[in-house]
Design a binder for this molecule. Structure first.
Ligand SMILES: C[S@@+](CC[C@H](N)C(=O)[O-])C[C@H]1O[C@@H](n2cnc3c(N)ncnc32)[C@H](O)[C@@H]1O
Length: 274
């Protein structure tokens, strides 16, 4: 993704944040992401933990989705954040001063093998072309310690997403810059060796409905009612009973996977330093 694409994305996000849709959308994703982060970090126990968040887009823009801003003050969490471009790193660092910020690409992480207890990818991977997915997941695996947790949330090719993309194409509307949609099975297959999936869940079922409709219905709700409703939706999305249906509907899919020991020793690349 080039600097022009980033500029387009920034202006899209700023206009979104100023719209009625922006408010509920940010609250919804923020709540969803925070509950997923709690779920993933719980897998690696309490005590001192070193966590990598793979892009600082939301930290740069601020607001409800800024995960590092939300968690960095938690006792025992040491937060690292990375982004491709310098201006976003600078803004992210200014907003979350306690975070260690690194300018890097997820396909070549500048950290030693086994540096992290948890890696949080909240819709970063799904901005890579499919060819880059195995590379990035290989890097996540490399920088996680054995027993460490990977949280991956990505836009998926669910039935409803494919329908939405088709309708968008037919009506001549442009897709969001740089956004990719992956088949769940392909991502699972790539996790394959060395990362054991321990939790799966859906995210973003409400993002599939036409934006005009959700903005009219949710954008005008009083804050309390909106929070109550979004809390309920996220709880339903986490339930295993609802997953068989919701996985065909939801926009995003979430996975928590634990780094397994390599029985033949770890021969992964270790050319970087923290
Ligand atoms: C739009 S944001 C996703 C928003 C955010 N993660 C969230 O939680 O909503 C995805 C970001 O990934 C960044 N990105 C794309 N390719 C990347 C790469 N190879 N390494 C690191 N970041 C990348 C893009 O610059 C983009 O800002």
């Amino acid at each position: 993704m080039g600097a022009d694409d980033i500029e387009t994305l920034v202006s899209e996000e700023i206009s979104l944040a100023n719209s009625a849709r922006g408010r509920w959308h940010a609250e919804y994703l923020g709540r969803s992401y925070r509950s997923a982060v709690e779920m993933a970090t719980a897998q690696v126990g309490r005590g001192s933990r070193t966590v990598l968040k793979t892009d600082l887009w939301n930290e740069c823009l601020g607001g409800a989705r800024g995960i590092a801003g939300h968690f960095h003050e938690r006792d025992g969490l040491r937060f690292f954040g990375l982004y491709l471009l310098h201006p976003v790193c600078v803004e992210g660092r200014a907003r979350v001063p306690a975070m260690h910020v690194v300018q890097a690409d997820i396909r070549a992480l500048p950290f030693r093998a086994g540096s992290f207890d948890a890696v949080l990818d909240l819709s970063t991977l799904d901005h890579l072309p499919e060819a880059g997915v195995a590379e990035a997941i290989g890097e996540y695996r490399r920088v996680l310690r054995v027993g460490g947790a990977l949280l991956l949330i990505f836009w998926q090719r669910s039935l409803m997403v494919r329908l939405r993309l088709l309708l968008k194409r037919l009506s001549g509307r442009r897709e969001k810059t740089g956004q990719q949609y992956f088949k769940r099975a392909c991502v699972m297959a790539t996790l394959g060796r060395g990362l054991l999936v321990v939790k799966e869940f859906v995210v973003g079922s409400l993002l599939i409905a036409p934006q005009g409709l959700t903005s009219r219905l949710l954008g005008r709700l009083p804050a309390r009612a909106l929070m109550g409703l979004l809390g309920l939706v996220v709880r339903v999305e986490r339930s295993t009973a609802a997953r068989p249906l919701l996985e065909h509907v939801a926009g995003l899919y979430g996975i928590v996977a634990l780094r397994q020991a390599d029985p033949c020793g770890d021969h992964s690349r270790d050319s970087h330093a923290t």
